[in-house]
Ligand binder design. Structure first.
Ligand SMILES: [Zn+2]
Ligand SMILES: [Zn+2]
Length: 333
């Protein structure tokens, strides 16, 4: 591999600050009315002629069921302002993924998703979803604890995308509901910047946006609540180092010949690249809306899993998490 180019250019954020222009908002809160419908559309578009097209269509069916659950479920009980304050005191986040009682309403989302999915899947996949629907509340709660706590030991990897889908629906509704009740100022910049300021979960990927004051700004996309928060570009989303950052991407010509290789890029020619950090060995994908305005962090992360496999071979670790594709630890047996 060629030696990394060390030239350091000013980011659009730095240029804007110098020019005294209006700053882009720090947070983009989830849009509960459209979040999962947009993901479904993107997954369906990506699935055509894709090596894992069948799996992308399965996740598209989950996204459709997620959106239907949001549309059909009764309004969520938004926690009191006092519990949000207590959560911030205890964990630094107003609606943390772990460390406070999870309202049983998330299981209503799960049951709604499973009920929608069964008739829309072929017999084998439909049967496994049906079997999951027969599990006890205690099983669902134990699986949710492991999933949200990042514990792969004892995690049912087959059930995880469906449990994760229901938890996503619940947290998107929680964040949107709390913002509607108490104002978006409930959610503000909180350290560390590597974790979602609303729920404390890791990002799935990051997005460089287009349009208005957000043009050129990079946002990390929360794997659980879909909140997007601003992090300056050319900065590791794991250890927050600004040194030793470089970008890698799949060589599209090689990928077309089914001989994928990772190439180091000096200029973004593809919509999805990996922002790699030499300080800590982690990477997070960075998606360019300028290259493709329809990108979706969850969908495009799944569709570029070949990049993850190649980076893993070179000893790199993902700083991101995608609830729709979780891996067990090698030592779990
Ligand atoms: Zn979040
Ligand atoms: Zn790092």
């Amino acid at each position: 591999m060629s030696k990394l180019e060390r030239t350091r250019f000013a980011t659009p954020e730095e240029i804007a600050v110098r020019a005294g222009e209006q700053q882009a908002p720090f947070l983009r809160l989830p849009d509960a009315a459209h979040e999962f419908a947009q993901r479904q559309a993107r997954l369906q578009a990506l699935a055509a002629r894709h090596p894992i097209g069948e799996y992308l269509l399965f996740v598209a069916a989950i996204a459709r069921a997620q959106q239907q659950a949001i549309d059909a479920l009764p309004p969520l009980d938004v926690p009191e302002a006092s519990s949000l304050r207590a959560n911030i005191e205890a964990s630094g986040r107003p609606l943390p993924a772990v460390g406070w009682p999870r309202a049983p309403q998330w299981r209503d989302a799960l049951r709604a998703i499973l009920t929608t999915l069964v008739p829309n899947l072929d017999s084998a996949a439909g049967e496994s979803v049906r079997r999951l629907a027969d599990q006890s509340d205690a099983f669902f709660e134990a699986q949710a604890d492991r999933l949200l706590g990042g514990i792969t030991l004892g995690l049912d990897l087959g059930a995880a995308p469906l449990i994760g889908a229901a938890l996503q629906v619940h947290w998107v509704r929680l964040v949107a509901g709390a913002a509607a009740c108490f104002g978006s100022s409930t959610f503000e910049r909180r350290a560390p910047e590597s974790l979602c300021p609303c729920c404390g979960t890791r990002p799935t990927a990051s997005v460089v946006r287009i349009g208005g004051v957000e043009a050129g700004y990079r946002y990390l996309h929360c794997a659980l609540c879909s909140t997007q928060w601003h992090l300056v570009r050319i900065k590791c989303s794991h250890c927050l180092s600004t040194k030793g950052i470089h970008y890698e991407a799949l060589d599209r010509a090689d990928a077309a010949r089914d001989r994928s290789e990772v190439v180091r890029e000096r200029a973004p020619v593809t919509a999805v690249r990996a922002e790699c950090c030499d300080q800590c060995g982690h990477y997070l994908k960075i998606l360019s809306m300028e290259k493709d305005p329809d990108i979706d962090p969850v969908a495009d992360d799944l569709a570029t899993v070949a990049l993850d496999l190649l980076l893993a071979e070179s000893g790199r670790t993902s700083a991101g998490v995608n609830m729709m594709l979780l891996y067990g630890d090698p030592g779990d047996g």
